[in-house]
Design a protein. Structure first.
Length: 160
C-alpha cells in the first residue's frame, strides 16, 4: 500500500500556509475568525489562522494531488479536511489558554490535522486503521523534526 502519497499530501497541506506567510509577509493575512474573542477571553482560533492560509492549503494540495494519482478535487478536499483539523486543534488550544503559535502540543497539533483527511482518503485508498495510525505517527514525527530544524535555523540566522 502506498502510504507515502497521503503523508506527502498532509505535509503539503500543513506547510502551504507557512510558506505562503513567509512569501507574502503581512499581505492578505486577515484572521479567519475576524479577531473574535469568546467569553473565556481567548480568540476563537487566533491571528495565525488566516484566510490566506486556508486558501494556500486548498490550492497547494489540489495542484500537487495529480502527482500522486489523486484528482484535483480529492487534493482540495484533503487540504480542506486538514485545515478543519488544524482549526479544531487551534480552537481547543485557545480553550486551554494556549497562545496562538505557541510551542507545539504533540498529538493535539497533529492528530486532528492528519486524521480528518485520512478518514476521507481511507475508503478511496483502502487504508486500514493501522495504516492510518502509521501515517499519523510519521506525520507527527516528521513535522516535529522539521519544526525543530527550522527553529534552529531561525535562531542561527537571527542571533548574528
Amino acid at each position: 500500500m502506498d502510504l507515502l502519497s497521503p503523508l506527502l499530501l498532509l505535509m503539503v497541506a500543513n506547510g502551504a500556509p507557512v510558506v505562503t506567510a513567509l512569501l507574502l509577509k503581512n499581505r492578505f493575512n486577515q484572521p479567519l475568525d475576524g479577531n473574535l474573542h469568546l467569553p473565556d477571553g481567548y480568540p476563537l482560533f487566533g491571528a495565525s489562522k488566516t484566510i490566506r492560509g486556508i486558501v494556500a492549503a486548498l490550492l497547494a494540495t489540489a495542484f500537487i494531488a495529480p502527482l500522486f494519482n489523486f484528482s484535483f478535487i480529492t487534493g482540495a478536499l484533503v487540504g480542506f479536511w486538514a485545515m478543519v483539523g488544524d482549526l479544531l486543534s487551534s480552537f481547543i488550544k485557545r480553550r486551554l489558554g494556549r497562545q496562538p503559535s505557541s510551542a507545539h502540543m504533540p498529538g493535539l497539533d497533529h492528530i486532528p490535522e492528519a486524521l480528518l483527511p485520512l478518514c476521507f482518503l481511507r475508503s478511496q485508498m483502502l487504508l486500514s486503521w493501522p495504516e492510518v495510525a502509521l501515517i499519523i505517527l510519521a506525520f507527527t514525527l516528521l513535522d516535529l523534526f522539521l519544526w525543530f530544524l527550522l527553529n534552529r535555523l531561525y535562531s542561527l540566522f537571527h542571533s548574528r
